[in-house]
Design a protein around this ligand. Structure first.
Ligand code: PLP
Length: 434
């Protein structure tokens, strides 16, 4: 099957070409050219997530060099569960996406991309170097997924002194084929540096650079799997479709859910819960897109003022009126995040990370009739232990740390400090290669 650029309908790519390139020529994003009904039809309730993933992804990889490897790739990426846990009877469930190695949903997409790229790079003369600018979760998930994978090196750039101690540990505890760089600057400086590296003539080719951020189809498409699997499961149990409330920033996770529904998964409403970065809720309310600088919030992985995957949503729903029929969006400020973490701990004994708390707040804000009209599912995007500095003072007790995170916390950290310049990045790459 072919994928097409959001900016140029004549530019198409196969599954593995889209994965290898990340961005389409001209800066567009790859979206499916067709919506094969067989993808969702092949997914049966109660099967292991890895085989559901292989079923779902098979039509997209049909005719591709990766087609025969899809069951193995799905097995490597979906080797931890995504349980749908009841919170308030059958009325409200929580889709827990945080049982992977770095305890956030990004593990699914990062692991899928890693398993696919390793196979695509077999026999290449030089390692592929993956540059990731990160403000926290992405870098950890990508580093974990590619750690000790043959033929691939990862360079993680994070803003020095601007990530939490827990996040910094996840970015710097790897070693081997993962190089962690503390950039003297902001997250925006890190992102600018990565863009400069790709834009500088000859630079990307000289170093065999690639990127692994959420615009890569190989991270986004696999995320549809857990929406298909959980909605099929809920329908098997209750006969009704699922409605998801998704903590959102760059809209990768939200786009995956919209695609799952477009492909025929039993999904009714899709609600996007944003933090104080209001670009999407304001676009839907005002009908005009106003891009702005991001503002820092407690739900830092969602601090995005210019969501890159909005381009994929507008490829399906060209204006605010059309998009507003497909999804809705709310904005939740830090005060409401704190209050919601406290309140739901008291009411349900729940422990939310600040991101998941935005979804819980969006549900609580609904009028009772709307709450009762759907089978709502809160999407839990990260484990609360990743954000224990925020969560523990609010709930007044320690947050239990899952074994996978505890292992990361126990590893020795190592990183190199660099200036926020392309020359400094180049010097570091050269030192490493020497
Ligand atoms: C990345 C992230 C989000 C936002 O997901 P998008 O796909 O960028 O919308 C939400 N919560 C957590 C914990 C994340 O790491």
């Amino acid at each position: 099957m072919q994928f097409v650029s959001t900016r140029d309908a004549s530019h198409q790519a196969s599954f593995s070409e889209a994965l290898g390139r990340g961005l389409a020529a001209g800066g567009g994003l790859y979206v499916p050219l067709e919506w094969p009904a067989s993808a969702v039809a092949g997914v049966r309730a109660g099967e292991a997530l890895a085989s559901q993933a292989a079923q779902f992804l098979a039509p997209f990889a049909s005719g591709d060099p990766l087609a025969a490897e899809m069951p193995a790739i799905a097995g490597e990426a979906f080797n931890f569960p995504a349980p749908l846990v009841p919170l308030d009877g059958d009325r409200l469930g929580v889709l827990e996406l945080f049982h992977g190695p770095t305890a956030a949903f990004k593990d699914f997409g990062a692991r899928f991309l890693a398993a696919a790229l390793v196979r695509l790079r077999r026999g290449a003369p030089r390692p592929l170097k993956i540059l990731v600018a990160t403000s926290g979760d992405t870098g950890g998930a990508v580093a974990a997924a590619f750690h000790r994978q043959p033929g691939i090196e990862v360079v993680v750039l994070f803003p020095k002194g601007q990530v939490s101690p827990t996040q910094q540990q996840q970015l710097t505890c790897w070693g081997d084929n993962v190089q962690s760089l503390a950039v003297r600057g902001s997250f925006d400086d890190c992102q600018r540096l990565v863009k400069q590296a790709f834009a500088a003539p000859g630079f990307a080719a000289a170093w065999d650079l690639s990127s692994a951020n959420s615009i890569n189809l190989g991270r986004l498409l696999p995320q549809a799997v857990y929406y298909v699997a959980s909605s099929v499961q809920l329908r098997a149990r209750t006969g009704k479709p699922a409605s998801f409330i998704i903590p959102s920033g760059n809209l990768g996770n939200a786009t995956a859910c919209v695609w799952a529904r477009r492909l025929g998964a039993p999904i009714a409403e899709i609600v996007l819960a944003h933090n104080a970065n209001r670009t999407v809720p304001d676009y839907l309310a005002e009908g005009v897109l106003r891009i702005r600088a991001s503002v820092a919030t407690l739900a830092s992985a969602m601090d995005v003022g210019n969501p890159s995957n909005l381009e994929r949503l507008t490829a399906l729903y060209p204006d605010a009126a059309a998009l507003g029929l497909a999804i809705s969006a709310v904005s939740v400020d830090d005060g409401a995040i704190r209050a919601r973490i406290r309140a739901d701990h008291e009411r349900f004994g729940a422990l939310w990370c600040p991101h998941t708390a935005t979804a819980a707040e969006a549900w609580a804000l609904m009028p009772a009739a709307r709450r009762g009209s759907q089978q709502w599912v809160l999407v839990a995007t990260a484990h609360p232990a990743k954000f224990r500095e925020t969560v523990e003072p609010l709930v007044g007790r320690p947050v239990p740390v899952p074994a996978s995170l505890a292992r990361l916390f126990g590893r020795p950290a190592q990183y190199t400090e660099i200036d926020a310049t392309l020359a400094a990045l180049q010097a570091t790459l050269e030192r490493r290669a020497a």
